[in-house]
Design a protein around this ligand. Structure first.
Ligand SMILES: Nc1ncnc2c1ncn2[C@@H]1O[C@H](COP(=O)(O)OP(=O)(O)OP(=O)(O)O)[C@@H](O)[C@H]1O
Ligand SMILES: [Mg+2]
Length: 268
């Protein structure tokens, strides 16, 4: 159904000023409640694609539609339209330092709801609830800059969680997390999915699509879609995973000779 469509990209390309292409003729349709993984080698364009879906960048050519409307720089420059959009779409950056900019964790998690004009008491309630739920309340007076990478990532999530958007864009959500916190992150994504949220996740961590996603797009080093389809089917195609640098050839010694075979760093 048309009304179910969250994002539609039609032959979208993006070129950084004075640099080469970052996205080349990308077409995709993402429905409400769909869980999508974007996989691909370093530099293939995953972060650029998520920034485009967050209305931070705009296609150099092609069309981007969100919630049925065409998105342009001029519309997103309108404060009201941009605020409405960002109430519905939350973005967890690949680098937490690019997202966190306030003196304390408390300031970070109260910033967005205050911007939306909620009363101070209501904001206090929401922020306390989210921090407690995520086990972060004890860090509320800390400076984000001095937190560990994993703690920073959780604060980024908490600051988006206060808005509880319907669409979550996550860029490498399990990167630099310890194995237990990676598990926590996967459970968090599954919980969002259970609550009907649309999650679009850029990652190299193949456990994420395997466990959480229905649909998978793999970007190639030429910045085009190399493959798309059902997550579990794509993950079984080792030739495509090798081509996209998602698994590597593992080298080891056998009886004095070198033996090479495809090697995956994910186990389910
Ligand atoms: N601010 C920028 N200015 C110029 N070129 C950029 C900029 N950001 C990214 N690029 C280029 O655009 C291409 C896509 O980069 P992008 O960060 O989207 O890739 P990625 O798939 O997210 O990579 P990674 O797995 O390393 O995070 C790369 O060739 C990169 O060098
Ligand atoms: Mg990236």
């Amino acid at each position: 159904m048309k009304g179910d469509m969250v994002f539609e990209l039609s032959r979208v390309s993006y070129t950084y000023m004075n640099d080469g292409d970052a996205l080349e003729s990308i077409s995709m349709r993402i429905r409400k409640g769909e869980n999508v993984s974007i996989l691909g080698a370093n530099g293939s364009g995953k972060s650029t694609l998520l920034k485009l879906l967050d209305g931070l960048y705009f296609p150099s050519s092609g069309e981007f539609r969100a919630f049925g409307s065409s998105i342009h720089e001029s519309s997103m420059n309108d404060k009201k339209i941009s605020m409405e959009f960002h109430k519905r779409v939350g973005f967890i950056f690949q680098d937490p330092d690019a997202q966190l900019f306030l003196p304390t964790v408390w300031d970070e998690v109260t910033f967005a709801p205050l911007q939306l004009g909620l009363s101070k008491n209501r904001v206090k309630e929401i922020a306390s609830e989210v921090l407690n739920k995520m086990g972060l309340y004890g860090l509320k007076d800390r400076t984000p800059y001095h937190l560990s990478e994993g703690e920073k990532k959780k604060v980024c999530i908490a600051s988006i969680f206060t808005l509880d958007p319907e669409v979550w864009l996550m860029d490498e959500p399990t990167a630099s997390l310890d194995p237990q916190t990676q598990g926590w992150m996967i459970d968090f994504i599954l919980e969002l999915a259970k609550r009907g949220k649309t999650c679009i996740i850029a990652t190299h961590d193949l456990e994420i699509p395997y466990v959480t996603s229905q649909t998978c797009y793999i970007l190639g080093e030429d910045h085009k879609i190399l493959a798309e389809g059902k997550a579990k089917e794509l993950l079984s195609q080792k030739d495509i995973l090798l081509k996209a640098n998602l698994i590597h050839k593992h080298r080891h010694f056998h009886n004095g000779s070198v033996h090479i075979h495809p090697h995956e760093h994910w186990h389910v």
